[in-house]
Design a protein around this ligand. Structure first.
Ligand code: PRP
Length: 189
């Protein structure tokens, strides 16, 4: 398969992602079972838009009969750097009071978005708030934050694909790759 010209190096192939996501779904399901948490009390919250491919794959492997919900939060303002103040652009549909919320994210970078979100969901009286992220970029942290379940820990580079965007583009690459930012200077979309 030909790679997108803006790819510098593929970090995770489609196959590696699929295999790991299936494992993650089992790990998370076991966590809830072990803690005697029933399906009816679990709400799986995807943070749009980056989560979409991961959410779909995770949800199909997560053999629990649970509620789906979504939020839109923005923290990147279109470029390569993360803005510090996350903003809720779309809130939950469901009442999460006394529910066990599982946040599904594509990436944890500075930690600002997830830290803010966890506090927000706790303030809405969730019984618990856990985070599953496909990729974790510990080298990007600006504040302390640790996801409960992590697919892959990656180096501190700007990554694209499998939901991750550059300026809203390249989300539909089937793999996760480091972007060739030098090529951007002369790139025409
Ligand atoms: C991405 C990602 C997380 C956030 C993580 O979302 O989905 O929500 O950035 O970054 P942080 O740890 O530095 O806060 P983004 O705001 O790019 O929106 P998107 O999901 O629409 O791509």
């Amino acid at each position: 398969m030909a790679l997108h010209p803006l790819v510098k190096r593929v970090l995770l192939t489609e196959e590696q992602i699929k295999t790991r996501v299936a494992e993650l779904a089992t790990e998370v399901a076991e966590h809830y079972k072990k803690n005697n948490i029933k399906d009816k009390d679990i709400v799986v919250v995807g943070i749009l838009k980056g989560c979409v491919p991961f959410y779909a794959e995770f949800f199909m492997n997560f053999k629990q009969d649970v509620v789906m919900d979504f939020m839109v939060i923005s923290s990147y303002l279109g470029g390569l750097k993360s803005n510090k103040q996350p903003k809720i652009n779309l809130d939950l549909n469901s009442d999460i009071k006394n529910k066990h919320v599982l946040i599904v994210e594509d990436i944890v970078d500075t930690g600002h978005t997830l830290s803010f979100l966890k506090d927000y969901l706790k303030s809405r009286k969730a019984a618990s708030v856990n985070v599953v992220t496909l990729v974790d970029k510990p080298g990007g942290r600006k504040i302390e934050f640790e996801a409960n379940f992590i697919g892959f820990s990656i180096e501190n580079e700007f990554v694209i694909g499998y939901g991750l965007d550059y300026d809203e583009k390249l989300r539909n690459l089937p793999y996760i790759a480091i972007m060739d930012t030098d090529k951007l200077k002369t790139w025409e979309w």
